[in-house]
Design a protein around this ligand. Sequence first.
Ligand code: HEC
Ligand code: HEC
Ligand code: HEC
Length: 157
Amino acid sequence: MNYVLKLIITSFLLLTIPLMLASCTKKELVFKAVENQPQAFSYLPRTEDGFIDWVTAINSGIIKPRDAIDPKSPPKSPPLNLDIVFYTKTMPNVVYPHYQHTQWLDCSNCHPKIFKAQKGSNGVTMEKIFAGEFCGRCHGTVAFPLQYCNRCHVRPK
Ligand code: HEC
Ligand code: HEC
Ligand code: HEC
């Protein structure tokens, strides 16, 4: 079963990675995503890919998200300034920034369900991310999508 699953995921990746790489250069895709955004978002800053740059929006004080929808719920944990580097062989290394995430999210949004809070203990792979696990829980759904390889693979060797 596991073997079959691996085979399916590997062939899926072999097929999709070139397509995704190609789509990185396809600006129409981005414009489509941008066109579909509500007008209320028009005052928000953009990344060079055309996505809303939520991190800059929060840092420049344009938006100030509440800790929770319910004002009675306990306050969110304060931001944590801790970068985690995932060392990779073929791609530039990945830097996972806690700070930018914990400006929005509570520790319990990721720990312990998505990631055990111990570096290197989760068996994170790109295959699993593409399959919607780990970073793929949010990236591609509520955060910038996975075809923007160079936003995660930022650190040259
Ligand atoms: C949301 C963040 C994120 C995005 C976007 C992303 N990756 Fe990754 N990628 C990771 C993480 C985290 C790892 C580390 C997993 C590990 O240790 O192997 C990884 C690992 C990899 C690896 C294994 C690297 C190695 O040599 O050991 C490859 C290949 C890879 N990514 C390709 C891609 C490609 C191609 C894209 C764009 C289509 C992409 N990634 C987009 C987070 C991301
Ligand atoms: C968006 C998801 C996410 C959120 C939210 C998050 N973390 Fe993490 N955390 C990670 C990832 C990813 C790792 C690295 C796991 C790995 O290497 O497999 C990590 C690792 C850690 C580690 C281990 C560091 C080490 O050197 O071993 C600690 C401690 C930690 N987080 C604490 C926190 C605390 C405290 C908060 C809240 C302020 C928090 N995290 C919020 C994703 C998150
Ligand atoms: C619980 C949801 C969640 C998970 C899990 C998650 N992210 Fe994010 N991430 C976000 C959100 C929300 C943002 C801000 C919105 C955006 O930039 O699209 C963000 C932004 C980022 C940014 C941009 C930071 C900046 O300065 O612009 C990077 C890089 C990033 N994530 C990498 C990762 C990597 C690598 C992983 C896995 C190790 C991961 N994220 C897992 C939700 C998540």
